[in-house]
Design a protein around this ligand. Structure first.
Ligand code: SAM
Ligand code: SF4
Ligand code: SF4
Length: 356
């Protein structure tokens, strides 16, 4: 078992799992709907959506977040689906911001609706924005996402700086044979906006049914590419519980890599994921979740909710990406994690339901 005192985020957490990992951050998926169809996430023509009546209101989401805060969660990230499809998302940001224990509210978005909402989100107290950006080519964007919306994503990225946000990250899923020829360009592009790019290794999660090991461009390969182009690439220490390892180029430019597939970081994972209907997942790869929405709606007391969350986290053993890696080592990691028929039976298993 890990040494609790040495854990990078032992901080305010009131509860530790079986490997000594604190309950530190919450990814709140506010909707499973999306206005893009990225082929690594939503490759199918049709989807089964979460029942509308089960989708939690903003008040219910803020109440749930409060129960997590009771046990030490300080950071909340809003995600989806596409979170900006939820009308007046700024209201949820305000509700979360009223809880003093929540010190950071962040947003992950595909950027299409960002220019329309950046100002109100900023004023509501949103701290950080991450925009997913896999390509700088409009035609490639259309090919990847099935939608002709690249210029709106650019407008969204531009709006972040104009609005006053001090943190902007650009997340790029790297797929071998698709966009590895744009990695330098993405780093240069980010500089213009004082943003930081993070390259995400392609993962075999949820709806990633086209996934194969051959399409994964590993952290090692990316570092090798950057080293040859720019010179020495220096890792920045103190990653803490962050999924990204950050690196500095000789000219001072910083970028990150999230090497979930080849170098899993489960040992420090303090993240919880709650779907828009209140199902709580302890891991991106978990095949079942704990329903927090139902007890919340039947009026469970705060103590009951806290005890439920506490006991589930204390029993947590999930190390999904490491388990997948172990399968790879015995030659059993051949395709996406979950078969399409099973995804149709249970939409919670989709990446766009549990927020990535
Ligand atoms: N729609 C928003 C967006 O795209 O930013 C938020 C939700 S999306 C599920 C969150 C993140 O998951 C995105 O950065 C996306 O690129 C990433 N993602 C989705 N499928 C992935 C996969 N198979 N491998 C790696 N990252 C993936
Ligand atoms: Fe793409 Fe995000 Fe939508 Fe998935 S949820 S299809 S990653 S925009
Ligand atoms: Fe955390 Fe699961 Fe991802 Fe590992 S695979 S880092 S345990 S969410």
């Amino acid at each position: 078992m890990a040494n609790l005192i040495n854990h990078p985020m032992a901080g305010r957490s009131e509860v530790f799992d079986t490997f000594g990992r604190p309950l530190g951050s919450l990814r709140l998926s506010v909707t499973d709907r999306c206005n893009l169809r990225c082929n690594y996430c939503m490759p199918e023509p049709e989807y089964v959506w979460l029942p509308r009546e089960d989708i939690l209101s903003f008040e219910e989401m803020a109440t749930l977040a409060g129960y997590f805060a009771d046990l030490g969660v300080e950071k909340v990230r809003l995600t989806g689906g596409e979170p900006l499809l939820r009308r007046d998302l700024a209201r949820l940001v305000r509700l979360l911001r009223q809880d003093r224990r929540i010190t950071e509210v962040a947003l992950t978005t595909n950027g299409i609706l960002l220019a329309d909402h950046a100002q109100e989100l900023y004023e509501a107290g949103l701290d950080r924005v991450t925009v997913s950006l896999d390509t700088l080519r409009a035609e490639r964007f259309r090919q990847l996402t099935g939608r002709d919306e690249f210029s709106r994503v650019l407008e969204g990225i531009e709006s972040v700086g104009k609005t006053g946000f001090s943190h902007l990250k650009l997340d790029t899923v790297v797929i071998r044979g698709f966009n590895e020829d744009e990695l330098y360009a993405l780093v240069e592009f980010a500089k213009q906006y004082r943003a930081e790019v993070r390259f995400i290794e392609y993962m075999d999660v949820g709806g990633a049914n086209d996934w194969s090991l051959e399409k994964v461009l590993s952290q090692d390969t990316i570092l090798d590419m950057f080293g040859r182009r720019y010179g020495q690439v220096i890792p920045i220490p103190d990653r803490g519980t962050a999924p990204a390892q950050r690196f500095r180029l000789p000219d001072g430019t910083i970028f990150g890599i999230i090497p979930s597939t080849t170098v899993p970081f489960c040992a420090h994972c303090d993240r919880s994921r709650v779907t828009a209907d209140g199902l709580w997942y302890l891991c991106l790869y978990a095949s079942s979740g704990v329903d927090l929405g139902k007890p919340l709606r039947r009026g469970a007391s705060p103590l009951e909710m806290q005890e439920l969350i506490r006991s589930v986290w204390a029993a947590r053993r999930d190390r999904g990406a490491e388990d997948r890696k172990a399968l790879e080592q015995v030659g059993l990691r051949s395709g996406g994690l979950i078969h399409i028929d099973r995804l149709r039976e249970d939409p919670h298993l989709e990446m766009h339901a549990r927020g990535g």
